[in-house]
Design a protein around this ligand. Structure first.
Ligand code: HEM
Ligand code: HEM
Length: 184
């Protein structure tokens, strides 16, 4: 299974870069969620609303930027074997990790495509360079992509929540090393 592939047996904990990628992505996802939720409370057409949307798109885009080296690191260096426990628990953990890896690629790409389909180009902050559009502008496509992006984003509140609860359960109830080895 994915999370135990590569060279698990030689590692006892996640290496520094894996820990950095994990928590940097957690922070960026939290910012992306907070910004899009805040946007809903701000008056239409206000500068604050536009800023919230920019923060959302840029935190989200950075998730994708970090996801690439993160996955490469994971494929080359592997991960520690799961802490001892029943097979179903280890399988569930691996399945959850696979879903989360998919999410950090698919969700930002859907967001980018939705913006492009809406006729907007993404400009790199500070450089003023516009990224080329990946799809032709189309109202129907924009709405479909936004729907999928929104539904996935909402569904992942639950998936991320379950993943975090599982980590805390391992730490406080099972008393194993799962959280510590992803901490520092
Ligand atoms: C992992 C990163 C991301 C997460 C977790 C995320 C999550 C979300 C969520 C929860 C919504 C609200 C959906 C709703 O209320 O229906 C949303 C809306 C949206 N997101 Fe993202 N998103 C991410 C990345 C991106 C990126 C990279 C872009 C574009 C570059 C983007 C563009 C959009 C757009 C255009 C909307 C619709 C905004 C609106 O309703 O006015 N997102 N996103
Ligand atoms: C915000 C979204 C999050 C995402 C996208 C995410 C993603 C992931 C992924 C993909 C892995 C597998 C790493 C690998 O094997 O290469 C992982 C592991 C882990 N995550 Fe998260 N995570 C998130 C939030 C959290 C939170 C909030 C916590 C703690 C409360 C947490 C604790 C852990 C722990 C302890 C591991 C290591 C599990 C093990 O050793 O089997 N994660 N996470």
């Amino acid at each position: 299974m994915f999370a135990t592939s590569s060279k698990p047996s030689t590692l006892v904990r996640y290496a520094g870069p894996a820990v950095f990628f994990h928590w940097a992505v957690v922070l960026l996802i939290a910012i992306a969620y907070a910004a899009i939720e805040l946007k809903g409370f701000l008056p239409k057409g206000s500068a604050e609303r536009t800023l919230s949307m920019s923060v959302h798109t840029w935190a989200g885009a950075l998730v994708l930027v970090l996801a690439v080296p993160r996955l490469l690191w994971r494929l080359v260096r592997g991960a520690p074997a799961p802490e001892p426990g029943p097979g179903w628990m280890q399988w569930l953990g691996s399945a959850m990790h696979l879903l989360l890896y998919l999410f950090i690629f698919v969700q930002p790409v859907l967001g980018l495509l939705a913006l492009n389909a809406g006729g907007h180009l993404v400009t790199v902050p500070g450089l003023g360079v516009e990224l080329p559009s990946l799809v032709a502008a189309s109202r129907d496509l924009k709405e479909t992509l936004e729907d999928i992006h929104g539904t996935l984003g909402t569904a992942f509140y639950t998936v991320i929540g379950l993943h975090a609860v599982a980590a805390l359960f391992h730490h406080y109830m099972l008393g194993d090393n799962t959280l510590r080895r992803m901490w520092r």
